[in-house]
Design a binder for this molecule. Structure first.
Ligand code: NDP
Ligand code: MG
Length: 396
């Protein structure tokens, strides 16, 4: 029998991290946890260490490390504790590791995810912001190192499943006409436009179909998530922005589709549960049980489709513009969005101001080429600075 694969879970305390560990724990003969990382949820990280017995755990700072070490000792565990970004990069690239789940949220995940890519790991990519920020450099690093990049985002995992195995020859060369990226429309799909001024973070985070972290939940409400996913799809599948069409499908049963030149449209369906794409990517090219219940089409009953309303979802337009502008525009869009979402969650701005802030930030800076990682972080920092100034002028 083969030796179990060693897995690092970056962002283990989050929604994707927990779903990953749920799948991994169903197959102890196939997978073993090498490292778990957390940031603010130290008690949860300790409990995960007790359950999964990793060799290494990573926390944000010294104080966190001392607290976690005390808990580990009390539980009789010899887990080594590392700190900060350097620790994250170390467990992502460690020679003992086979596969890395990249599930830190936001720009904070970029360096650790790239460290896994550069070390040639099997990289399970949930952290879409990392790819959106650094697309060209990220994909170059994948090609250079021979890393195996597998999409976890349910839409991209679906597209990957519907594409032929040799899609990297170019979509045109394998007969693909369009990618149909499905979107649920989130909690505000039918909210009267005038009421959007008053929606709360709690309402934005109450997604009708998916249970997720707070940042991606707000992104789903604004459809910035779909905008980031459009950019993500362009990089993963070497597509032009105009080859990716967004289709609102409120049941979230079809996770995306591929439209071929002969008129065939292939779709991947399933219950909205992230354990399906996680199990798919972990086991790829084989298949294994994920713990997800079989899809009951009689209970689903019907599948609806509609075009996205860009007046209701201006973030989708902003993201498409950034995808077309390329270069540093997606990194700036992402950074401005991270600041805006955090400010909305802290009730410093109203929901419609998320899009206004991002649009103002993007209008203030010329689009520059990003030829190195330093330039990516400079674009990210500049957008955060402009967004901070916007917040000082308009925020509460
Ligand atoms: P969560 O907020 O639930 O989890 C985020 C994880 O990142 C936590 O482990 C958190 O640690 C850690 N983290 C946060 N900030 C930092 C930091 N500065 N440094 C290091 N670690 C940090 O998010 P999700 O699991 O929902 O999402 C994770 C990623 O996956 C996102 O990029 C999201 O877009 C993507 N994704 C998520 C989906 C979902 O269904 N949830 C679906 C598709 C994509 P702690 O909690 O300890 O603070
Ligand atoms: Mg998604």
């Amino acid at each position: 029998m083969n030796k179990p694969q060693m897995i690092t879970v970056l962002g283990a305390t989050g929604s994707i991290g927990l779903s990953t560990l749920d799948v991994v724990a169903r197959h102890p003969d196939l997978y073993q946890v090498f490292a778990l990382t957390g940031h603010s949820r130290l008690q949860e990280l300790l409990a995960l260490c007790v359950k999964h017995q990793p060799q290494v755990a990573v926390v944000a700072d010294e104080a966190g490390a001392r607290q976690l070490e005390a808990g580990l000792r009390a539980a009789g565990l010899a887990t080594q504790v590392l700190i900060g970004e350097q620790g994250l990069c170390q467990v992502a690239a460690d020679p003992r590791v086979d596969a890395v789940m990249a599930a830190i949220v936001g720009a904070a995940g970029l360096r650790p995810t790239l460290a896994a890519v550069e070390a040639g790991k099997k990289v399970l990519l949930a952290n879409k912001e990392a790819l959106v920020m650094s697309g060209a450099l990220f994909m170059q690093a994948v090609r250079r190192s021979g890393a195996v990049l597998l999409p976890i985002d349910s839409e991209h995992n679906a597209i990957f499943q519907c594409l032929p195995g040799d899609f990297s020859r170019g979509l045109g060369n394998v007969g693909v006409r369009r990618i149909l990226l499905t979107a649920s429309g989130g909690p505000f799909r039918e909210t009267p436009l005038a009421d959007l001024e008053h929606v709360t973070p709690e309402q934005a985070c109450a997604h009708p179909n998916w249970s997720m972290g707070r940042k991606i939940s707000v992104d789903s409400a604004s459809m910035m998530n779909k905008g980031l996913e459009l950019i993500e799809a362009c990089w993963l599948f070497d597509a032009r922005p105009e080859q990716v069409e967004v289709v609102v499908h409120r049941q979230s049963v079809i996770h995306s589709m591929v439209d071929y030149v002969d008129g065939s449209v292939l779709a991947q369906l399933g219950n909205p549960d992230m354990r399906t794409p996680i199990a798919h990517a972990l086991a790829w090219p084989a298949r294994m049980d994920s713990g997800v219940a079989p899809l009951d089409l009689f209970a689903v009953g019907r599948l609806d489709f509609e075009a996205p309303d860009e007046q209701r979802f201006p973030c989708l337009r902003l993201a498409r513009q950034a995808a077309q502008a390329g270069n540093g525009a997606p990194a700036m869009l992402n950074a401005a969005n991270e600041v805006a979402v955090a400010a909305f969650l802290e009730r410093r701005i109203r929901y419609p101001e998320i899009a206004r802030m991002i649009e103002d930030v993007l209008e203030q800076e010329p689009v520059v080429a990003l030829d190195a990682l330093d330039a990516v972080f400079a674009a990210d920092a500049r957008a955060r600075e402009l967004a901070g100034q916007w917040l000082n002028r308009h925020g509460r």
